[in-house]
Design a binder for this molecule. Structure first.
Ligand SMILES: Cc1cc2nc3c(=O)[nH]c(=O)nc-3n(C[C@H](O)[C@H](O)[C@H](O)COP(=O)(O)OP(=O)(O)OC[C@H]3O[C@@H](n4cnc5c(N)ncnc54)[C@H](O)[C@@H]3O)c2cc1C
Length: 376
């Protein structure tokens, strides 16, 4: 290694930067994390904290399942304020077509070693009595869970600090690469390895990166203990999460340990402002009430928005950025970055330390998207 000030400089202290800091520091590297705002104040503060296995693609399944396993292994160490609960997900089928998707998912998850239960309409009503009558059925995925993302990020940063990592808040980075990190105040820091973990802001520091902001809204209710027991997601969610052109909403509700209910979700491209969009919000709540009519009478205590970092192929960018030996990416996690933060950190550090990764890393390498940029 050269005489750099730090072996690793991570820019961005969301959950992905925090997980990377923890992984590098525990493997003995000297780490500095630079964050322009507060710790975990970006998408990590806005996210739902659903730790979920998804199977839109083989690579998505591999990373979400791997990461879920890492969360399960970490569970005994997580402090109470992380609120990790293995409450399970139920994917809701509202009609026969969606029930076919239940069966497909059941088979596909089963092949990948993820236990699931196909639920009839009666079983669904038994598990979640506040769903409206007339649903066709669902798929229970009992190993999925939920947590409170900011506390998880604080825990990971805290553990990294115990292993010697340093954290600088209020450090706005304006340029990275070729072993250097330049701050807004003109100062410079050297790093052998620089990790761009700035979420949806990543293209500002790595021009040419195909990452777009995808806005989302969430609402949290007052406390209604026992009203909801699992994370419930409509199977139509898959259609809206896939749509890359239009605004979309889907029924997606989460029970919090406090008895509060987190209600989502929406997806919008091309909207840069943080303000709550009343039209989208109304559509999102209307959708939720179609599935759970008694939500209508509940008191909402807060509504907010956040920005997911979306890539064209819906997979994150984890690994070196071609053309700059010092520069690595850990971004592009769209709506799965809380889930996949631990897997991301593990396979990034495996690449750098030349240890054998537990899952194939090729689908996530930034070189897959950098080719066109580098040719231009
Ligand atoms: C509404 C919504 C619901 C979601 N629900 C879920 C869910 O249920 N499950 C799930 O797994 N995921 C979910 N996600 C996605 C998840 O929140 C993100 O994928 C994850 O938080 C990304 O973490 P990150 O660390 O990459 O980014 P961020 O949390 O955005 O962190 C990036 C950090 O970089 C800092 N930064 C940016 N630019 C600079 C700079 N120039 N200099 C210094 N610092 C900088 C920012 O201030 C920020 O703190 C959801 C997202 C949204 C918006």
């Amino acid at each position: 290694m050269s005489k750099a000030a730090y072996e690793v400089v991570i820019v961005g202290a969301g959950i992905v930067g925090a997980a990377c800091a923890d992984e590098f520091a525990r493997r003995g590297l000297q780490v500095l994390v630079m964050e322009r705002d507060a710790l975990a104040s970006g998408a990590t503060a806005a996210g739902m904290g659903h730790i979920v296995v998804m199977d839109d693609s083989e690579a998505q399944f591999a990373l979400t399942r791997y990461s879920q396993r890492l969360w399960q292994e970490l569970q005994p160490e997580l402090p109470d304020n992380v609120e990790y609960e293995q409450c399970g997900t139920i994917w809701i089928a509202a009609d026969e077509e969606e029930m076919e998707e239940v069966l497909r998912k059941h088979e596909s998850y089963g092949k990948g070693g993820v236990p699931t239960e196909v639920c009839s309409a009666q079983r669904l009503k038994h598990l979640e009595p506040n769903l409206r009558d007339g649903m066709t059925g669902g798929l229970l995925v009992p190993e999925d869970g939920v947590l409170y993302p900011p506390s998880a990020a604080w825990f990971l940063i805290g553990r990294a600090q115990q292993h010697g990592a340093q954290l600088r808040l209020g450090a706005s980075v304006v340029e990275i690469g070729q072993g250097r990190v330049r701050l807004r105040d003109g100062s410079e820091i050297r790093g052998d390895i620089i990790v761009n973990a700035t979420g949806a802001s990543a293209p500002e520091l790595t021009p040419g990166l195909e990452v777009k902001s995808r806005k989302g809204h969430l609402v949290i209710t007052d406390r209604y203990p026992g009203f909801l027991r699992h994370q419930l997601v409509e199977l139509g969610y898959l259609k809206s999460a896939h749509s890359v052109s239009s605004d979309s909403v889907a029924f997606n509700v989460q029970p919090r340990r406090t008895g509060q209910i987190l209600i989502g979700s929406s997806r919008q491209f091309g909207v840069e402002h943080k303000e709550v969009d009343q039209v989208i919000l109304a559509r999102m709540l209307e959708r939720a009430q179609q599935y759970m009519p008694t939500l209508r009478g509940m008191l909402a205590v807060r509504t907010w928005t956040g920005f997911r970092a979306a890539t064209p192929d819906k997979l994150p960018l984890i690994g070196s950025w071609p053309g700059d030996k010092s520069l690595f990416l850990a971004t592009g996690h769209e709506g799965l970055g809380i889930t996949t933060s631990l897997g991301t950190a593990r396979i990034l550090v495996d690449q750098i330390m030349a240890t054998e990764p537990e899952i194939p890393i090729e689908p996530y390498l930034p070189s897959r998207t950098a080719k066109a940029y580098l040719r231009a």
